[in-house]
Design a protein around this ligand. Sequence first.
Ligand SMILES: [Mn+2]
Length: 391
Amino acid sequence: MTVLGGLGVARFLADHWQREPALIRQAVPGFAGPLSPEELAGLACEDGVESRLVLAEGGTVPFEVRDGPFREADFEALPETGWTLLVQSVDRWVPAVADLLDRFNFLPGWRLDDIMISYAPAGGGVGPHYDQYDVFLLQARGARRWRLGQRCTVDSPLRDHPSLRLLAAFDETEDHVLQPGDMLYLPPGIAHDGVALAPGLTYSIGFRAPSASEILTGLADTVAAGLTEDDRYRDARMADPGDAGEISASTVQVLRALVQDRMADPRVVATWFGSHMTEPREPETARPPETCLDLDDLRGALAVAGSELRRNEGSRLAFFEDGPGVVLFADGVPIDCDAATAAAARELCRRRRIPGATVTDWLARPAIATLLLRLVNDGTVYVTDPDSDPA
Ligand SMILES: [Mn+2]
């Protein structure tokens, strides 16, 4: 089950992903979403949940931004129209929202950033802007008009605004009204401006791309941490004294080789990248069990009819193939998995929920049991109790 409708995965990936916007009518037919506007507002009142209000005609500036957490009175004081409430990472807090993510399995899961949900009465919007991320905008309830515009870069002129990066110019190219269940995909850099026509919710499923600067500094820090003071620059063999002031081409060649030798090992690159991309966005959402579970505890929990093994909503998993096994990355930590464990590790990365019966079969293999116990006790996965968790 995907969200691409008649477009199909192959055509989406070839023609749209990272390239061109795509409008998908009834991506999730009749989608209303698991949260009401009141529940979203309730979430924005909780400590630790990142939220903002944007007032189109604010008291101080147009598109005035107020940061949460909020109190009920803050909402009561708002005008009838012209504002937006944005709540970040709702998938971390609401399992039923996280379940939507399985529909995006045609994309690498480690690219996923979060699901932000916004609520706006008529006239609400956050102004014309562009994002560095790929985003799917899925309408739930209400209706929103999206105007699309030019391709932007860091050089695109911005309005003078204390906190938002609002575009100074907007060259409209497309205009779509999204009804519940409709979805718009935007690649990075496309100017867009969404304004609610009728009170409604928009789910923004965002996919991050690390910047080259983030990759180079992170990888270099990790590589450097493994080197000693003895590991340093050495002159190339010099044939003649040359010019004392010159940094020669052969010196530059030595430096390039030094960087290449230490930074380009595929396993080093993959291990750093997997660790980096699976670091939880909000570490505080980790929920290890109160007491360390053993194999019998785990078997007992899975024996309950209807139980399943679920990924912690704040956790990230990914793997890369490594000989007959895989390296599994769980919340920023690499775990070597041998051939006997590899299939289970891949499955854990692929699916957020695994039926209890499947996991019970896995536990018959000691290597998989060891891996699962570790993931359960680290809080990366947990066993649901159908008697206490409403499905
Ligand atoms: Mn945006």
